[in-house]
Design a protein around this ligand. Sequence first.
Ligand code: DAH
Length: 380
Amino acid sequence: MSDTLLAALDSNWSAADPAALTPDHAARLAELEQLDPALVALYRRGSEVLAGAADANTLRDRHTALLGRERGVITLGLAEMPRLSVDERKVRGKALNLVKRWLTEVHDARREAIALEREAADALDVTLPGRRGFTGRPHVLSQVRDDLLDLFHGLGFSIYTSPEVELDEYNFEKLNFGPDHPARDAHDTYFAGPDVVLRTHTSPGWVRAMEERKPPLRLVFPGRVYRAEAVDASHMDQFHQIDGLFVDRNVSMADLKATLNTFARAIYRADLPTRIIPIYFPFVEPGVQMDVQCVTCSGTGHIATAEGGKRCPVCKGTKWVEVLGAGMVHPNVFRAVGIDPEIYTGFAFGMGLERIAMGRYGIPEIRLFLENDLRFLEQF
Ligand code: DAH
């Protein structure tokens, strides 16, 4: 009879490891074996599937199949009793009641365990460290740019934005680079059309500003520039610059030097030595370059090594690091934009943001700026 009752249980149901059952499981099976062997398989399987129910719903379904009042296996067993002899009935009745009580116990124990498991899973562990929210921040180059723009804002300069895709006329010609000017060699770039280039510097912004507005002008020109460079640790084919332009009556080299020294003291250190040396750019006359003393070797040209020292790799032994180009606006540039160089003078300067950021933070490799590796970016 136990077989027909067993058939009412799904044979696919997960069962608990018998070892995980009540400590007296084996004793119960032995007792049943004595009393009514036909019910041993039923109790074994029934207790295992109740104890093996993974969650409350599963447990409820199995409880209904085994102990349900109307169609449960125990009820079916009791319903068969009238067909038995009086002696058999006594035994079966006693055994079925025993199985019912034991299965109810297994069921109740499992229900309690599931409730505890849930509670543990839902519990809030107040000792866990909090999860810090991800906070974004401006890219290191944006930070350096904004610091510079802040500084120049304090000196009275406003921002002028000019296009990255530029006419040859503005990138070169009106800045006094003739069509075959040798200084173009340093500005090899990408052509977007016969007379259209990706700008090689932010200086074309001055031409646009001067054509558009009347002096006095005090402007800065931040932005991305492009050059067809072979890429290495200090060269990329795109980078960033800020140019500055100051045009008025009586603007002099002294104004330029004061402005550049204010910049260097604010961005590097107040007592870092600087120097201004002559250099050629077609759009300024005289043209200068500002250097700051090399921070890596403290202006000695050498650094200490285990082998007793070597030439400083940053300044290449020159003791100085170039930070920007500058000069007095060339009369030809004024003429090209219709400003009378007999009335107005002006100074201009241009600096590379990557170089300033590399010097400021000791970043050895320009490609890091564009790789978007958070391990790098999160340091600033
Ligand atoms: N535009 C120059 C370059 O990219 C840098 C420069 C030099 C800018 C002198 C200036 C300047 O404004 O006066 O190489």
